[in-house]
Design a protein around this ligand. Structure first.
Ligand code: MSP
Length: 509
């Protein structure tokens, strides 16, 4: 199986992490964990974007030297990764020497190929987005001009190097046509294509009005445009410019996970830079939607920023991980509400999944001496249960390969509902007196089904599913997808079950 490379955006260190950052990384983490369980070699990268005017200004506001400031804020993103259980294989910072070397090498390659020229930039710039905007994209309110993102823009005029982006317009359009999976979901693909069709101008890729960035080789009065610097992180971590590096085998990236606000940079500038430098372009850019908080846009000025650490503290890590990917179709905007989180936690995790495990395992304790009953024949009455169990890995994988995390979880939950129906109809508790063999068979079948549910849910809820697999008596080295085809040995001793999820009173939500 080919190795797989998954990335998150690198996060600006102008402020502490919030739910949006946790969300992009969570999705990436789930896919990375899934592919490892499927036996693939995975490289999962995340990190921090530390240069540019926005970060420089945040450091000034904090009264700190930019390096000391970024050291501090970058650490809070590493802490977030630990708290959220992210399994990233590397954490890149754009202030690292390896990254500056990669940016320098890429720049020199572009110069060598005649893709960069010196000129002067005059136009609108939004520091908040670190982006240039055309006059037709702006709206004016109270004498201030704003970008479509809502960020205020200012007029900039300074000497600048340019990248010949306009030259790549037709190549880009052809690439989108011939690689229909390159940008997803479809709404974003259409948006990018119409933007490119409307005409691309050469891109200003250096600045001279501040110094916090990677110096342009041979012209240190210029620092590189922060997006050129930032996007390069994806090849830095794979070893660029050393194409003999161990990690270069991972390039090109399989999926760049991004939010919808930064799709333009990833789906237009990035493939153009790479193609112009003779480097393979990534396979896919997936842009997810944005969260609102109880119906309101999330913003610092409204004071409604959601702190992922506080959420985890309150509801537990795995319910939060589950909720974020379950509640809203990935790719669409969604609303965060505590009520909705509590309903998912109580209804799906505690009641449907947790109770199923608890009921079945308690019966095995009481009626089978805590020992797994032997593998049993499947009867017609068991067919519906196994119809979903036997196809579960393939069905969930097909959805995850489309980054349809919500559908993947719906598929697992539909299977869990099937099992709840099965236990009610089969009523193994009543079989004890009437048909001991059938009771054993039903409990064994339920055990097999739950092992499958817990195995496929591991990427979403690693901690709780490890506990569930412990309770199911599944040895630690038999928790990948391949192991599902080998039944657990008859007579495996199962520990006494304990509740997997804690219900929350709705009133407290
Ligand atoms: N530094 C750039 C990315 C460079 S990648 C080469 C950047 N950083 S960011 O910190 O501002 O944003 C990172 C991610 O957080 C983006 O994918 C963005 O969409 C996401 N989110 C920020 N607020 C969000 C919500 N309210 N909801 C969901 N995601 C949001 O952009």
């Amino acid at each position: 199986m080919p190795p797989i490379y998954l990335t998150t955006p690198i996060y600006y260190v102008n402020d502490k992490p919030h739910i949006g950052h946790a969300y992009t990384s969570l999705a990436t983490d789930v896919l990375a964990r899934w592919k490892r369980l499927a036996g693939q070699e995975v490289f999962f990268l995340t990190g921090t974007d530390e240069h540019g005017q926005k970060v420089e200004k945040a450091a000034q506001d904090a009264g700190m030297d930019p390096q000391a400031f970024t050291d501090k804020v970058s650490q809070s993103f590493r802490d977030l990764a630990v708290t959220m259980g992210f399994s990233n294989d590397d954490f890149i910072r754009t202030t690292e020497a390896r990254h500056k070397a990669a940016c320098t090498a890429l720049w020199e390659e572009l110069v060598k190929r005649g893709e960069i020229y010196l000129g002067a930039y005059e136009g609108w710039y939004a520091v908040r987005d670190e982006a240039f905007y055309g006059p037709d994209e702006l709206v004016e309110r109270d004498g201030v001009k704003y970008a479509p993102s809502g960020a205020p823009v200012a007029w900039v005029k300074e000497p600048s190097y340019f990248f010949r982006l306009s030259k790549w317009q037709d190549w880009l359009l052809n690439h989108y046509e011939t690689h229909p999976d390159f940008i997803a979901p479809a709404s974003r693909r259409n948006e990018v294509m119409s933007f490119v069709k409307s005409g691309l101008q050469d891109l200003s890729i250096s600045r001279t009005s501040f110094t916090w960035g990677v110096k342009v080789p041979g012209d240190p009065a210029h620092v590189m445009y922060v997006w050129l610097d930032a996007l390069t992180n994806y090849i830095t971590a794979a070893g660029y410019p050393d194409v003999n590096a161990e990690r270069w085998k991972f390039w090109p990236a399989d999926v760049h996970f991004v939010g919808k606000d930064i799709v333009r940079f990833h789906a237009i500038y990035w493939p153009a830079f790479l193609e112009a430098a003779g480097i393979a372009v990534p396979r896919r850019v997936y842009a997810h939607g944005w969260w609102t908080n109880e119906g309101q846009k999330i913003s610092k000025s409204l004071g409604n920023v959601i702190d992922p650490l506080a959420l985890v503290e309150e509801y537990g890590l795995d319910p939060v991980r589950y909720f974020l990917l379950r509640e809203v179709p990935f790719g669409q905007d969604g609303d965060f509400s505590r009520g909705a989180l509590v309903r998912r936690l109580n209804g799906e995790l505690a009641d449907a999944l947790g109770n199923l495990a608890n009921r079945t395992l308690s019966l095995i304790q009481r009626n089978c001496g805590g020992v797994l009953p032997p593998a049993a024949e499947r009867t017609e009455a068991d067919a519906a249960l196994f119809a979903s169990v036997d196809t579960l890995v393939a069905a969930v994988e097909a959805q995850l390969d489309q980054q349809a995390f919500h559908l993947a979880l719906e598929t697992v939950m539909a299977a869990v509902r099937e099992a709840n129906g099965y236990i009610t109809v089969q009523a193994p508790w009543a079989l004890k007196k009437t048909d001991l063999n059938r009771m054993n068979a039903v409990l064994r079948h339920l055990h097999t089904a739950m092992r499958a549910y817990a195995t496929v849910l591991q990427p979403f809820m690693p901690g709780t599913m490890a506990l569930m697999l412990d309770q199911l008596g599944v040895p630690a080295d038999q928790r990948d997808f391949a192991a599902l085809s080998t039944p657990l040995a008859e007579g495996t001793a199962l520990p006494p079950p304990a509740p997997l999820f804690r219900k929350i009173e709705e009133a407290k939500a």
